[in-house]
Design a protein around this ligand. Structure first.
Ligand code: NI
Length: 264
């Protein structure tokens, strides 16, 4: 039988929690069939580090961007610096970018998040790259921005936490949803219903490691090999064989992150 291949489509292996054993973490992932891992930057410097990792590790790909919790008033030189990073062959996306109203309560800072989100969406459009969106408790504003500013863009709403209605609208707009650890929680709320309703070409699996560890590791450090557990949960909820989940989610990641991933 052919070995099942998975993509961990959203991860942060540059986090200091992996500093001591990164080689082992990546080896465990590859052993489990997770042969490609996309690490996303949160700041400019952090983005530069995930790009460096693509040269150090065959399995690693990268997305570059400024995360909503890290936003600052970016100049055109900052945007140029991000754009320059995307010239690197294994940089496949702009991300993670978006809105986070859970951590940010200040109205001015939220407006700054919106401005920087839109500027990075524009950058992605200019560069013809897909987008990975972080959105927490900002469903309304995020959807408004995507409706207004999302033309010509494709991407994924990572670690999806919205409603089924919002997911349906995203799918209609051509956007995917990313599912991770919370799908395995006992209190997974709406997620099982959402993944059952999803068209098979609209879901990505991801760990968001070191965060969001699935059951039975909830609360501990997450790692890319655990993305197989997300695939197993999807298989259970969608009543599809694991092989089918592996091949469809891998094809979805290859299609979205087309630069460098297509024939890897
Ligand atoms: Ni993340």
């Amino acid at each position: 039988m052919q070995k099942k291949i998975f993509v961990d489509s959203h991860c942060h292996l540059n986090d200091e929690k992996f500093a001591a054993d990164l080689d082992d973490v990546i080896a465990r992932a590859v052993d489990a069939g997770v042969t490609r891992i996309i690490n996303f930057g949160s700041t400019l410097d952090d983005s530069a580090r995930v790009v460096e990792m693509t040269a150090q590790y065959e399995a690693c790909y990268a997305g570059v961007g400024v995360h909503p919790e890290e936003v600052f008033d970016m100049t055109s030189a900052d945007l140029d610096r991000l754009a320059a990073m995307t010239k690197s062959p294994k940089v496949v996306a702009i991300g993670e970018i978006g809105l986070d109203y859970y951590w940010e309560k200040d109205a001015d800072r939220r407006r700054l998040q919106q401005k920087i989100f839109i500027e990075q969406l524009d950058l992605a459009r200019q560069l013809n790259l897909p987008v990975c969106i972080h959105e927490r408790e900002a469903h309304g504003d995020a959807m408004n921005i995507l409706r207004r500013e999302g033309r010509g863009l494709r991407g994924v709403m990572h670690c999806y936490s919205g409603s089924l209605e919002m997911a349906r609208e995203l799918w209609k707009l051509g956007w995917l949803i990313g599912v991770d650890g919370p799908l395995t929680f006992k209190n997974a709320a709406k997620l099982p219903e959402i993944v059952r309703a999803a068209p098979s070409d609209m879901i990505l699996i991801e760990t968001d490691a070191p965060y969001m560890a699935p059951t039975p590791y909830r609360g501990k450090r997450n790692e890319p090999s655990y993305v197989v557990m997300i695939a197993e949960k999807l298989s259970e909820f969608r009543a599809e064989p694991l092989e089918m989940i592996a091949s469809s989610t891998t094809a979805n990641a290859e299609r979205l992150y087309f630069k460098a991933m297509r024939n890897a």
